[in-house]
Every structure is written in structure tokens, then in C-alpha cells.
Design a protein around this ligand. Structure first.
Ligand code: BGC
Length: 376
């Protein structure tokens, strides 16, 4: 039961129960689904001549490795299918992202693939997209507070959180061990709706252990607001971890686990532990399998990272983009969970897995995601 979400998203559930006919959305929005005279090309046979369509890709930042893989992967695959691509990165600056999207709309993009920097800041630019019949795919992060988000493609974020929670339960063998274990929690950016999914997935697994006293949050900081990390910033996560270690663990108290919602926040926690905490590294979770963090997994500083293979997300998004451009029905597998404050966005959820020191070779190297040289 998604307890946290059921509270946060109760309005969404009510809305959904109230009945939302997705088949009508395109007509309501006056969109003819951009049925362009587009001919799908075989990979390698790309043509930008008659029939090619233009797609805009707006990524938040080049700073995190994952967004570079996403952006490059999408561009490459779309171009291989004969699409003209405008790929922009917005240096985590909201107004830059908005003006890049405006340019994409004005230059004739038929579909926009957007990973929002701040999920609630795109309302007026999406109104502009709607007025020009541009279809909007919210990529990885759900765009909030706009009725003009046509599709959402992401990994199952709640599941990503439960994988982290279960990893902690199993690593500490909580169901079979005597005594109690100490844990701290670092969550993501409150302005990114995914952060609540990751947190609630993990906390729904961990809460029973916290309630029974098997897990003790020594700092007492449990609520999302208390553990959130604006902008997912490594420095901010580090500063908070330093305060916690200084206040609660400098007397030799052990930290057994540190739930971190993603890799950039895990790095902050690892930095703080590396110079302030003399004990063994606790079980530390993350997600993204960023290179720096996989190296931390290999040298024993981080325990696991949820792996959302961006290639899966990229392929699914490209598939949906081609379906839109061809006027075909678009793959979705969740019509209920992602209410953005204005509409419940038809979504496609991919399943994440995790990588740790035992399986990283199979998951990350054998799959061709990284070469072994990159990791050593
Ligand atoms: C993504 C994570 C990423 C985080 C920070 C989230 O929206 O889902 O994969 O770690 O943003 O960029």
C-alpha cells in the first residue's frame, strides 16, 4: 500500500475515480495527434527530406552523467529514424529551459520531450505548445500543474524506492537479527515530484521496522520535509550529513544504514562520512548508477544503486514519439498514478533493478552500459 502517496496524492485518486476518459484527451485538446506525412526510416537510412518531422529534447543539465546519456541516446535513435532533433541542456536554470522550449516550439517541433528542471514552472510555455498542436512527453520527471502534458515516460519510481528499502532490510538481515540498527535518511528535491515516490516506496518498506524499534533514526529526522535535498545537490546532502554526524554520531554511535534516494545525494553522504565518521561505511543506497557511484560501490563506500537503464527509457520514448508522429495509438501502461495537479497523465512505467558489488558485472558491464575500463 503506497501509504505516503495515498495521502499526498489523494486528490489524484479522487480525480481518477471521478472518471477520466483518456481516449478523449487528444480531441479535447484539439490535437490531431500530429498526423504528419512521416515515413519511418530503417535505422541508418535516415532522411531529412520530405516527411521528416522535428522533435525538441529539453534536458535539465549536463552536470549529471545520466542526462547526457539520455539526451545523446534520444537524439541518436530519433535521427536514425529520420527525425530532425533539437537537443538542448538548460544548465539547471529554469528560465533557460523555458526559452529553449519556446525556440523549439517556434522552430516547428511537433513533439517535445522534456525533463523539467522545476516541475511546476512550465505552465505558460506548455500553453504555447498546446496552441501550436505540439505533443508533450514528460520525460523521467512529471511536469506538474499543466493540463497540457500528453504523456509521461519514466521508471516505476515507487518501485525504485521499495528496492532501496528492501535492500536495507535484507543487508541488515532485520527479520532475523537481534537488537536494533541505526539509520538515517536523505531524500530528493521537494520540487521534483519523483522524490516523493522514491521516499514513499522506501519508507513503506522501512516504516514497520521503525515503528517496532528495530530501526532507529537517531537524528529523529524522518518526515520528507526534514530529509529532503533541494535540487538533489551533493553539497546540500553533504552539509546535512555533516550536521547529523557531528550531533548524533561523534560519540561512537554506529550508523548501520543511510537511505539515500539517489546517487548525487549518496555522494554527499559518502563525502561527509569519509572524513567525519571513523566506523565502517553503513549500507548506503542510491540510484542512477552514475560512474562515480559505481566506483564507490566497487571500493565499498556505497552498497547499491538502483539501475534505471536509460537505454530502456530512451527506446520507449522513441517508440512513443514515432507512434505520435505516425498518428498511431501510444503505448501506456498506467492511467491512474500520475496526477499532476491538473490532469492524470497517461504514463509508461519501465521496471528498475539494482546493481551492487555482486551483480554489477552482469548488470552494468555485460549489458554494455559501461566498459570495465570505465569502472577501474
Ligand atoms: C531523477 C533521478 C536523478 C535526480 C537528480 C530525478 O528526477 O529521476 O534519476 O538522480 O533527478 O538529477
Amino acid at each position: 500500500m503506497k501509504k505516503f502517496l495515498s495521502v499526498v496524492l489523494s486528490a489524484a485518486i479522487l480525480f481518477t475515480l471521478g472518471g477520466c476518459d483518456f481516449s478523449k484527451r487528444s480531441k479535447e485538446h484539439g490535437k490531431e495527434r500530429n498526423k504528419v506525412d512521416y515515413v519511418k526510416q530503417e535505422a541508418g537510412g535516415a532522411s531529412h527530406g520530405k516527411g521528416s518531422a522535428k522533435v525538441g529534447i529539453s534536458m535539465p543539465t549536463k552536470d549529471l552523467m545520466r542526462w547526457n546519456s539520455d539526451g545523446d541516446g534520444l537524439k541518436l535513435k530519433l535521427e536514425a529514424s529520420g527525425i530532425v532533433v533539437d537537443l538542448q541542456y538548460a544548465a539547471n536554470d529554469v528560465s533557460t529551459q523555458i526559452s529553449q522550449i519556446e525556440n523549439m516550439i517556434n522552430s516547428g517541433c511537433k513533439v517535445l520531450i522534456i525533463a523539467a528542471i522545476e516541475s511546476s514552472s512550465l505552465e505558460s510555455v506548455l500553453e504555447m505548445a498546446e496552441a501550436k498542436n505540439v505533443t508533450v512527453i514528460s520525460y523521467d520527471r512529471l511536469i506538474m500543474d499543466s493540463p497540457y502534458v500528453d504523456y509521461y515516460v519514466t521508471f516505476d519510481d515507487y518501485m525504485a524506492g521499495t528496492i532501496q528499502g528492501e535492500y536495507i532490510v535484507e543487508s541488515l538481515n532485520l527479520d532475523n537479527s537481534a537488537g536494533s540498527f541505526n539509520i538515517e535518511i536523505t531524500a530528493g528535491d521537494p520540487s521534483d515530484n519523483k522524490a516523493a515516490f522514491y521516499y514513499s516506496g522506501a519508507m513503506d518498506v522501512l516504516h514497520p521496522y521503525i515503528s517496532s524499534g528495530k530501526l532507529v533514526v537517531v537524528s529523529g529526522q524522518v518526515d520528507f520535509d526534514a530529509v529532503a535535498t533541494p535540487m538533489w545537490a551533493t553539497d546540500t546532502a553533504q552539509a546535512r550529513a555533516e550536521n547529523i554526524i557531528a550531533a548524533f554520531y561523534s560519540n561512537g554511535t554506529h550508523i548501520d544504514a543511510w537511505l539515500c534516494s539517489n546517487d548525487s545525494t549518496a555522494l554527499g553522504v559518502i563525502n561527509a562520512l569519509s572524513y567525519m565518521y571513523p566506523g565502517r561505511y553503513p549500507v548506503i543506497t542510491g540510484h542512477d548508477c552514475d560512474l562515480a557511484n559505481v566506483k564507490c560501490i566497487l571500493n565499498g563506500q556505497q552498497s547499491m544503486s538502483v539501475f534505471k537503464d536509460t537505454r530502456t527509457l530512451v527506446s520507449q520514448t522513441v517508440e512513443m514519439t514515432l507512434q505520435i508522429l505516425n498518428g498511431n495509438s501510444v503505448d501506456v501502461n498506467d492511467n491512474a498514478s500520475y496526477y499532476n495537479g491538473r490532469t492524470t497523465v497517461p504514463s509508461y512505467l519501465c521496471s528498475p533493478v539494482f546493481a551492487d558489488s555482486y551483480n554489477y558485472k552482469e548488470i552494468l558491464i555485460d549489458s554494455g552500459y559501461y566498459t570495465s575500463d570505465q569502472l577501474h
